[in-house]
Structure formats: structure tokens, C-alpha cells
Design a binder for this molecule. Structure first.
Ligand SMILES: [Zn+2]
Length: 203
């Protein structure tokens, strides 16, 4: 099997979603998010929000094998979050190709989060600025639901999650380096050329 999995790391609101979309729209990539896997297999999420690795890893293996067999390359989003999880990727022989980190300053991420509104009914996201405003302020274009600010997007929660991410970021990158996996950091506050990102992934 070829190494077809690209691992995405980066703090919340650092532009991972946009990068995923550009790679999936333009190339043979599919995004595989851990929360989507848990939903698909109806895995109950414990109160602390952390599903055990023994549960997640076999499901992730099923899904990555399935997508690779279908001819896709995978953008793995939401895993690893710990050093132990990073090590599992190699112990369980996931075919890792590269990793990409999206980077945006904390200040900018706080701004992006403060600007986001989510439909409480269907989950569609909008912005308060001109990037993607709803047609009518506070109302979802798709379903007419009320637009709210998520708890996760409150400044104190963005800061808390940043602290969590930074705690393990260097150690996770070190696991990749020790396993000879090359990585690329993309500053998403500036325009970047998606073709050269793809070229790096395939090199
Ligand atoms: Zn809606």
C-alpha cells in the first residue's frame, strides 16, 4: 500500500477547514475527521469529551483503509492530539505520507472565532463580516434557524484550547520527525498556492 495519509495539525481556527476544502476540491483528497467517524459508528462521547484510543483507532483504521481502497488520499483531521496517539499511528502501521500544520496567530484566531455564527438548527456557519454573511442578520439562509455564537468560539475558550494545543504540539511534531515524516507549516493569514502544497505532499 502506498502512503496515502496526510495528517493535519493546527490550533482551532487556524484555517484547517479551508485548506482541507481546497485540497479536496482540487485533488484526489478526502477529509477524514475524527468526530465524523465517532458519529458514523454511534460512539457515545464521554463527559470529558475524550473517547478511548482503543475505541477510536480500530474505527479509524477501517475508514482509512476503505478510503484508500476507493482510490483517495486522506487528510486526517483531529488525530493525533497526544504524543501517545501520534505514536499509535506508527505502531499500528497507518500509511503516513506527510503532515501539514496550519498556523495563524492567537490574536487572529480569537478574531475569527468572535466573528463566526452557527445555525442552531442545521449547523451551517456564517460570519459577521463580509466574508460569508447571512442574507438576513441572525437568520440561517438554508433553514431559517437562529444564528448563535458557539461556546467554543468565546475568547476564553479559544485561549484555553490554544494552551492545550501548544502543550503537545512540539512533542507531536517530534514523533513525526523521528519517523522520517516530513511536514510543512502554512501561514494561513497570507495567500498560499495550493498547487505547491500539493506538490510538496507528493514529493
Ligand atoms: Zn440552518
Amino acid at each position: 500500500m502506498k502512503n496515502d495519509i496526510v495528517v493535519l495539525i493546527g490550533a482551532a481556527n487556524s484555517g484547517k477547514g479551508t485548506l482541507c476544502k481546497r485540497l479536496c476540491d482540487g485533488y484526489d483528497f478526502k477529509r477524514l475527521g475524527i468526530s465524523d467517524i465517532l458519529r458514523k459508528y454511534n460512539v457515545p462521547i464521554p463527559e470529558n469529551g475524550l473517547v478511548k484510543d482503543e475505541v477510536v483507532i480500530p474505527l479509524m483504521k477501517n475508514e482509512t483503509d476503505r478510503l484508500i481502497n476507493e482510490g483517495y488520499k486522506i487528510l486526517l483531521d483531529g488525530f493525533p492530539r497526544t504524543v501517545a496517539q501520534a505514536n499509535y499511528l506508527f505502531e499500528k502501521h497507518f500509511p503516513i505520507l506527510k503532515f501539514i500544520e496550519t498556523y495563524t496567530s492567537l490574536e487572529e484566531r480569537i478574531k475569527r472565532a468572535a466573528n463566526r455564527r452557527v445555525c442552531e438548527k442545521c449547523g451551517e456557519t456564517y460570519t459577521e463580516d463580509d466574508f460569508k454573511p447571512p442574507k438576513q442578520k441572525g437568520i440561517c439562509d438554508k433553514c431559517g434557524g437562529k444564528l448563535i455564537m458557539r461556546q467554543d468560539d468565546k475568547e476564553e475558550n479559544v485561549i484555553a484550547r490554544d494552551r492545550d494545543y501548544m502543550k503537545t504540539r512540539n512533542e507531536i511534531v517530534e514523533v513525526f520527525t523521528l519517523n522520517d515524516i516530513k511536514g510543512l507549516t502554512i501561514d494561513t493569514t497570507k495567500p498560499y498556492d495550493i498547487a505547491s502544497v500539493y506538490e510538496f505532499l507528493m514529493s
